[in-house]
Ligand binder design. Sequence first.
Ligand SMILES: [Zn+2]
Length: 302
Amino acid sequence: MINRFFLLTFLFLFYYNSSSAQHLINKDSLLAHVQELSSDKYEGREVESTGNELARAYILQRFQNIGLKSFDSSYVHPFKFYSRFTRKTYQGKNLIGYVPGYKDADHFVVLSAHYDHVGIKKRKIYNGADDNASGVGTLIEIARHLTQYPLPYSVIIAAFDAEEIGLRGADAFVEDPPVKLDSILLNINMDMISRNKDNEIYICGTAYSPFLRPPLDSLAKEASIKVSFGHEAPESTGADDWTHASDHGKFHRKEIPFLYFGVEDHEDYHEPTDDFEKIMPDFYHQVSEFILRCLTALELNY
Ligand SMILES: [Zn+2]
């Protein structure tokens, strides 16, 4: 279990719990991002590819329109890495913006989703609609909401590159962070959040940080989707343990608490059939609003 120097307590904002009919995120905008980023034009968004570059341009345009602040006057944070599997050196590019907190701008929650996917294999485009155009769509729409309704602390909006090749974007972020590592209170990572036949979303991370659990339990009870906790050590082992399954793993290694939101693997996981048509629009919209409610319901004291 992680010992942190800060305590976390939680405040429920009645407004955010009171009505599921009260939409916080525009469903059409949300779906439009996924439809666009998972279209053939983006060629599966593999790191260093033209499609990856196009995805980056799309996201950057949204960051700019929304009015996110940037560190060092650019949203683009390039990094280099070597892959032992392909024996190649790559250049990746993380896209980082932030919304300043109204009370304490010097502490941060990092909201993240990776925008890369696995590209084209055997002439088939792996569109990666669920993995992870879905996370990016929600990232953009939550960012938009936060610029209108900021939180007490700052929120970093991180679209990571090169997740599919070993969580490289998140690794670059924690190794060369734009803010002091000990000012990061929490990572909330979204990866595959748009479909599940049982309407079920998992939250992984509270076994390591049990203080995060009570407010999430309350929100889960009121949610219109099924919310489950788990896929984390020590209860889970092997492929069932998602502790290092996506970018949040790199925050965990640095002893930063994390919450990962994701669905169980499905038949189109890492297949060329992970397409926009397979997304479950209502479920995806409800999950997105649920994640925003979770983020907003946390009042972090430290
Ligand atoms: Zn993914």
